[in-house]
Ligand binder design. Structure first.
Ligand code: G6Q
Length: 547
């Protein structure tokens, strides 16, 4: 399939941005702010209760005008329409991309292959709700008649990162009488540590796997089955009371021994990393309850509506995506630091790593041509203020440009003395210090010895966004996640890549499948890899026979 979009570097707005960049690249944020006293109020936008200050980016009105023009020339409006109307925009897998349908209200209509998918979405939600109520009330009993107190989600990638992040983010709202654990890694330590203090009679496993074929998840699910049966005396009937599945693959689920009545379905138009609000969010609903889960979905939907309808110049995902393209492709930034000043969001950067990098870490355009510009930056981060005492040094005074997204809330979920004002003072101070720095003259004026001055100078001119919201509710979390989902979408449209496939993870998977028997066979295998891989395999085989 081909597209008619002009290659990115040939679009008039891109060319204009290239010459515009040459003109303004020497400008410092100090100067931009001095020249426009209202900049900090003007370069802001709000949507669905999220406030964005983007004034500390190295842009002028002209930059923004050209970036918005670039969005038009990239066919963004049409791409948005295509996604929301269920067109098969994931062209390499011939699939629609409809995570937005997962949070569409009852009564909405989104047609895929001639069928409205919204009623199915709500049927699954209702089933999840009924199940959650039974677990949370204790009506669901384990094999020995005890109620369930421990819930272990087994899944990896998109079937793990969203649930873990959401559980941590919404812990404040969670049922504290239930213990939640998440097992993803094929490294046995993950499973062993997650279950070592759990009573099998009180433990429910959710096997979360869209395909139900993923090596790591299947290995962990099998080990869970063995662990459970061993703990409960080996009666196979126990499996049905202690295992449920979230999957699109009913056949494999039932082959595993899980009653498909206890399977929660989703669809091939939900990508793994876009699935935390599908049945993959079952652990989130169990932890926070159906009402909070539905509020989370309402938050997602509010941001979807904003993204779909707001003019680009007021559209949060569009603005943030365009600024990230500017930082990446014109200012040469290699990474983006996401820095939530909210401890409950500690797994948010890890979640975003997959969402952003698996989506837009691409080297060819939709029509298969190699790109001649950078695509996704590396996303990373840690909650504030901890990062300030470690890697912020490099952001302030290192040689690389690292744009930052600061995320903060007006209210603490767990107020404690002066802590929240101290936390917020830090986030505002960091963005201010990054933008404006401290000149040699200012350092000298403080009486600093001449030789020490260069060490204490802060160049400034480091771009950042600040997102401010009321408090971290389930609804706000939905808005935040949808914001970044749509940022990724807009970036993909500008870069003309497909954010919805992930062929780059295939090669390693296939090679591992081939190597497993070479590690396990009794007889020395005939190895046909390169000399390094052959040697490592031989060495490992030798080492594992010694203690
Ligand atoms: C996400 C990817 C990937 C996927 C995992 C788990 O977009 O597709 O991270 O979620 O590989 O896949 P299963 O859910 O099929 O086990």
């Amino acid at each position: 399939m081909t597209t008619t979009i002009t290659p990115l570097t040939k679009r008039p707005a891109w060319k204009a941005l290239t010459s515009h960049h040459k003109k303004i690249r020497g400008q410092h944020l100090r100067k931009l702010f001095a020249a426009d006293p209202k900049r900090g109020e003007r370069m802001t936008a709000g949507a669905a209760g999220l406030f964005l200050d983007y004034s500390k980016n190295r842009v002028t009105n002209e930059t923004l005008k050209l970036l918005l023009k670039l969005a038009q020339e990239s066919g963004l409006r049409g791409r948005i329409k295509a996604m929301f109307s269920g067109e098969k925009i994931n062209i390499t897998e011939n699939r629609a991309v409809l995570h937005v349908a997962l949070r569409a209200p009852k009564g909405a209509k989104i047609i895929v292959d001639g069928k409205n998918v919204v009623p199915e979405v709500h049927a699954v939600l209702d089933k999840m709700e009924a199940f959650s109520k039974r677990i949370r009330s204790g009506a669901w009993k384990g094999h020995t008649g005890k109620r369930i107190r421990n819930i272990v989600n087994i899944g990896i990638g998109g079937s793990d990162l969203g649930p873990v992040m959401a559980y941590e983010a919404l812990k404040h709202y969670s049922e504290r009488g239930l213990v939640f654990r998440f097992v993803s890694n094929v490294d046995g330590a993950d499973f062993v540590e997650a279950t070592h203090d759990l009573d099998p009679a009180e433990t429910l496993f959710i096997v979360s796997s869209k395909t139900f074929t993923t090596q790591e998840t299947m290995a962990n699910a099998q080990s869970a089955r063995v662990w459970l049966l061993k703990g409960l005396g080996g009666n196979l009937k126990a499996v049905a009371k202690h295992f449920v599945a979230v999957s699109t693959n009913a056949e494999k689920v039932s082959a595993f021994g899980i009653d498909t009545a206890n399977m929660f379905g989703f669809w091939d138009w939900v990508g793994g990393r876009y699935s935390m609000d599908s049945a993959i969010g079952l652990s989130t609903m169990l932890a926070t309850g159906p009402k909070n889960y539905r509020a989370l979905l309402a938050g997602f939907h509010a941001m979807d509506e904003h993204f779909r309808t707001a003019p680009f110049e007021k559209n949060l995902p569009v603005l943030m995506a365009l600024l990230s393209v500017w930082n990446t492709d014109f200012l040469g930034a290699e990474t983006v630091a996401v820095l939530p000043y909210e401890n409950y969001l500690k797994r948010f950067p890890a979640y975003l790593q997959q969402l952003t990098m698996e989506s837009n870490g691409k080297h060819v355009t939709l029509d298969g041509k190699p790109v001649d510009y950078q695509t996704s930056p590396v996303y990373w981060g840690e909650p504030g203020t901890n990062g300030q005492h470690s890697f912020y040094q490099l952001i302030h005074q290192g040689t690389r440009l690292i744009p930052c997204d600061f995320i903060a809330f007006a209210h603490a979920l767990t107020p404690l003395g002066r802590h929240h004002d101290m936390l917020l003072a830090n986030v505002f101070a960091q963005a201010e210090a990054l933008a404006f720095g401290k000149t040699a003259a200012e350092v000298k004026a403080e009486g600093t010895a001449g030789w020490l001055v260069p060490h204490r100078v802060f160049e400034g001119n480091r771009p950042s966004n600040t997102i401010l919201a009321g408090r971290l509710t389930p609804e706000v979390l939905g808005k935040l996640v949808a914001l970044y989902e749509h940022i990724v979408f807009v970036q993909g449209a500008i870069w003309s890549v497909n954010p919805f496939d992930q062929w780059g993870v295939e090669l390693g998977k296939a090679l591992a499948q081939r190597i497993v028997p070479e590690l396990e066979s009794k007889a020395a295998p005939k190895l046909a890899h390169d000399s390094s891989t052959n040697n490592l395999i031989r060495l490992y085989r030798k080492m594992k026979t010694r203690e």
